[in-house]
Design a protein around this ligand. Structure first.
Ligand SMILES: [Fe+2]
Length: 208
């Protein structure tokens, strides 16, 4: 009997990196510092507040956090063999929920290469959901005996306080609203980063 033992090529994956990043004291320090930062409520969600997206330029403490994120971004870029001069933060802001009605609709982060979320305070169940960026993959969707990263359209990343997630900025993601208290008092920091590079392939000389 012929037994098939194929090689599986994991083509064109959407790489999401999740790692411990801050300790509990650091998380509490950043949460406390946000009390003194001006916030504005979102136009689409009354229970949702955001700070300026220039948080990394506000003072040395936030610049220090941004620099620490860039170190993680640099190691992520090394892992993907990306040639560049450096990475820099284009914007950084805090997302603060003020009630159980909090949600964050599905979106991507334009004009950036890698994005990061730092999870400062929240319930483990208040996950970030990442979605398959290939809409054509949902044209036909048979039932599966077990959900795996090869057959599902979404991936739930639990809210682990002190952790950081790095993902390609074009990858759609959201925070799902729910009736429970999961999203109350949720605080995260979002960061976008871009690279300085000279590019000579598939283009005229390009310096960014
Ligand atoms: Fe986002």
């Amino acid at each position: 009997m012929f037994e098939l033992k194929p090689t599986k090529h994991l083509l064109f994956p959407s790489l999401v990196y999740h790692s411990p990043f801050l300790n509990q004291q650091e998380c509490e320090m950043y949460v406390k510092s946000l009390e003194n930062v001006k916030k504005e409520s979102s136009s689409f969600n009354n229970d949702f507040y955001q700070t300026t997206d220039k948080l990394h330029l506000l003072n040395d403490m936030w610049k220090g956090l941004s620099d620490k994120v860039i170190k993680v971004i640099e190691s992520t870029a090394d892992d993907q063999c990306i040639m560049r001069d450096s990475f820099y933060t284009t914007c950084m802001w805090a997302n603060i929920s003020a009630g159980q009605g909090y949600f964050h609709k599905t979106h991507t982060h334009p004009n950036s290469f890698f994005s990061a979320i730092i999870y400062l305070r929240g319930s483990k169940a208040s996950s970030t959901v990442f979605y398959d960026p290939k809409p054509q993959a949902g044209v036909f969707s048979p039932a599966v005996s077990e959900e795996t990263c090869f057959n599902s359209k979404g991936f739930k990343l639990s809210f682990i306080e002190g952790s950081i997630v790095i993902f390609p900025s074009w990858l759609p993601h959201c925070v799902v609203g729910n009736e429970s208290d999961d999203n109350r008092n949720r605080i995260s920091i979002s960061c976008n980063s871009m690279l300085h590079s000279e590019i000579n392939t598939n283009t005229a000389y390009l310096k960014i």
